[in-house]
Design a protein around this ligand. Structure first.
Ligand code: ZN
Ligand code: ZN
Length: 352
């Protein structure tokens, strides 16, 4: 049994997004039906819907930074009630039984084809369907993949926490950002601006790296204790061995060597932005001589996502956003690609 909802999606590869109608399943016993109020615009939405990362099925509705209100729950759902404010991020199913799921790392579920992404994947609940994301009026999601959005948070500005937020919060926690640690965030965009806010709130000495001298004041406003302009060779040299952790949100292939030199003993350079091959060689002695590590991190578990949202409520953290209506999505995509947004577009889904 299904029902129709309004959405904004791509009818074909490289076609502009347009209004369309999609089907959602009626609630199953473990489902939560959510009226979506806001959905963030993630760069991954654009790459996926334009086919940059390979063929995807069309029509396709993207969006995985979803905040809304529960309007119906299935018979087995006790944790959420009608009227609750909830969120859905990048995943809509993990197996719950594999080693990684059992250890709470459901975002690294090992079951074949898992975890299932919020959009563009075969829908495990309705054979023949594709999962469709949050640029729509509502979504139906199994309760284990839903998180609670604390009332203290502005709903629109909380939406980007579901992907951009957790993508930075998880590595900062995992690699021990906190008091007494010096933490660098490289690239101050949709991801990086959340990294600066989280590192500061976790108590670390927080340093923003930007290529643009004109962004220094803005980085300080976000909470950075220091800003280093990475194109300034003298400033980079002066920062040698000062860092315990550097999280890079740079979106593509880049030379890691200048940043590896900034790590002290046991320091880590953690990549969260670049997807694909790094082609610039790095010097192995740059790792060996200070026990340095290069690592990567991808989103976070559902448990971590809930922890992050509660942390945000406690520390008054949300994303800096520009709210747009449904008619503005195509223009917003172009501006994201051009790097022209401070720092995240969020769709007002009541305009869909
Ligand atoms: Zn995303
Ligand atoms: Zn699993």
């Amino acid at each position: 049994m299904t029902h129709e909802v309004r959405a904004v999606g791509a009818p074909a590869e490289n076609a502009p997004l347009e209004r369309m109608t999609i089907e959602r399943r009626n609630v199953l016993p473990d489902d939560v039906r959510i009226a979506i109020e806001f959905c963030g615009v993630c760069h991954s939405d654009i790459h996926t819907v334009r086919g940059d990362w390979g063929g995807v099925p069309y029509p396709l509705v993207v969006g995985h930074e979803i905040v809304g209100t529960v309007v119906e729950v299935g018979a087995n759902v006790a944790k959420y009630s009608v009227g609750d404010t909830v969120g859905v991020g990048c995943l809509i199913k993990s197996c719950g039984e594999c080693t990684n799921c059992r250890s709470g790392d459901d975002h690294f579920c090992q079951a074949p084809g898992h975890p299932i992404l919020t959009y563009s994947e075969p829908d495990p609940f309705t054979p023949g369907w594709t999962t469709q994301g949050g640029y729509s009026q509502e979504i139906v999601v199994t309760q284990s993949m839903v998180v609670r959005v604390p009332d203290a948070l502005d709903k629109a500005a909380a939406a980007p926490l579901l992907c951009a937020g957790i993508t930075l919060y998880s590595p900062l926690k995992n690699w021990g950002a906190g008091p007494g640690k010096t933490v660098g965030i490289v690239g101050i965009g949709g991801l990086g601006h959340m990294g600066v806010k989280f590192a500061k709130a976790l108590g670390a000495h927080t340093v923003a790296f930007t290529t643009s001298p004109e962004k220094v004041a803005m980085c300080k406003e976000l909470g950075a204790d220091e800003v280093i302009v990475s194109t300034n060779a003298e400033a980079m040299k002066a920062a040698a061995e000062r860092f315990d952790l550097i999280v890079s949100t740079l979106p593509g292939d880049h030379d890691m060597n200048p940043y590896l030199n900034l790590l002290g003993i046991n320091g880590s350079y953690v990549i969260v932005g670049a997807v694909g091959m790094m082609t610039e060689p790095f010097a192995s002695y740059n790792l060996m001589r200070r026990h340095r590590s290069i690592a990567g991190s991808q989103i976070g578990s559902l448990r971590e996502t809930q922890e992050m949202l509660d942390f945000c409520a406690e520390h008054n953290i949300v994303s800096d956003i520009e709210l747009i209506d449904a008619d503005g999505i195509n223009a917003a995509f172009d501006r994201v690609v051009a790097g022209d947004v401070k720092f995240r577009f969020v769709i007002d889904n009541s305009t869909i």
